[in-house]
Design a protein around this ligand. Structure first.
Ligand code: NAG
Length: 302
């Protein structure tokens, strides 16, 4: 192809519209080759056609060179945008593909969300959910003022490092264990098949910190036992809290309806006492909230 014949149509066809498997890396090379070629033609033309008569041809070639330069800069910008858009699409495709995978994601994958599973020492149910640590529920005594406001999932594998504690009560803040406290009337509401003794009264409440890999959010819904569309159910339970007449409040917990107990625990040790929460109407409207009914809950992740 001669440079004189290089009109826009040919240019686009020859350099850009020809299918090329890896156009990404070609911009710079093609630009260099084209500009060098044009420069060479210009030099040769100037050398052979130095006369007044040929200045017209040189001028015409210079104009063509300017034209090619301007087309090149426009095309380079366009190609840059294409590459950016393509790489964004590839990343998005990768994320969607991974989140659709049925295989459990590894810790180095897309991260995850954690939640406490009250009343359990493990995190069964979903292949993408794993145990972070097992603990015991702990908090402030039902008859005390002060203390902490929330309940802790205290790591059972506790670290006592020499020099980081002073033995003996110094009369400061106290942390107690948590007991299931409802009477026999509540046994029928729970699946007690994981508890050897067949009842959980006065036993200590365990907890598990679980992580749902590849999830971005978690939610406890009081009053429901199923999750909204596209959310994943982690576990269901009952809303429990301190008794209404006790001095110290607890938060409302969603305690697993197939509970476990802390092994070796039992007997009334005081501490934090958990009871099933029952809706009160007409403070809550009696339709739909029925007086004295216990409330289910569900923990969902997405
Ligand atoms: C308890 O913690 C130690 C490190 O402090 C660790 O080596 C050990 O594996 C843990 N045990 C359990 C049962 O998690």
């Amino acid at each position: 192809m001669k440079i004189e014949e290089l009109n826009e149509k040919d240019y686009n066809h020859y350099f850009w519209k020809t299918p090329s498997p890896r156009r990404k890396g070609n911009i710079c090379t093609m630009k260099t080759v084209l500009l060098c070629g044009l420069a060479a033609v210009l030099c040769v033309s100037s050398y052979y056609f130095g006369s007044e008569a040929n200045n017209y041809r040189v001028g015409s070639l210079e104009k063509q060179l300017e034209y090619v330069k301007s087309v090149l800069s426009v095309e380079t910008e366009r190609e840059k945008r294409n590459i950016l858009e393509t790489s964004h699409k590839e990343v998005l495709h990768d994320i969607v593909k991974r989140s659709n995978d049925k295989e459990p994601l590894t810790p180095s994958g897309l991260g995850g969300v954690t939640y406490v599973r009250w009343g359990r020492r493990n995190c069964p149910g979903n292949t993408q959910t794993k145990l972070v640590y097992e603990g015991v529920a702990a908090g402030s005594h039902y008859s005390h003022y002060g203390g902490g406001t929330q309940l802790l999932c205290l790591d059972h594998n506790i670290t006592y490092r020499e020099g980081t504690y002073v033995n003996g009560n110094q009369g400061s803040s106290y942390i107690y264990g948590v007991e299931y406290r409802d009477g026999a009337w509540a046994d029928g509401l729970f699946d007690l098949s994981l508890i050897e003794e067949g009842n959980f009264r006065n036993h200590d409440v365990p907890c598990a910190v679980c992580i749902g890999y590849g999830r971005v959010n978690q939610l406890m819904i009081p009053g429901r036992d199923s999750c909204p569309a596209i959310w994943t159910k982690e576990y269901t339970g009952y809303i429990m809290a301190s008794a209404h007449g006790h001095k110290h409040s607890t938060e409302y917990l969603c305690v697993d309806d197939r509970p476990q107990v802390v092994p070796g625990s039992g007997g009334d040790q005081g501490g934090v006492l958990l009871y099933l929460a029952e809706t009160q109407c007409p403070s809550l409207q009696c339709e739909p909230f029925v007086l004295g009914r216990e409330i289910k809950c569900v923990v969902c992740t997405i």
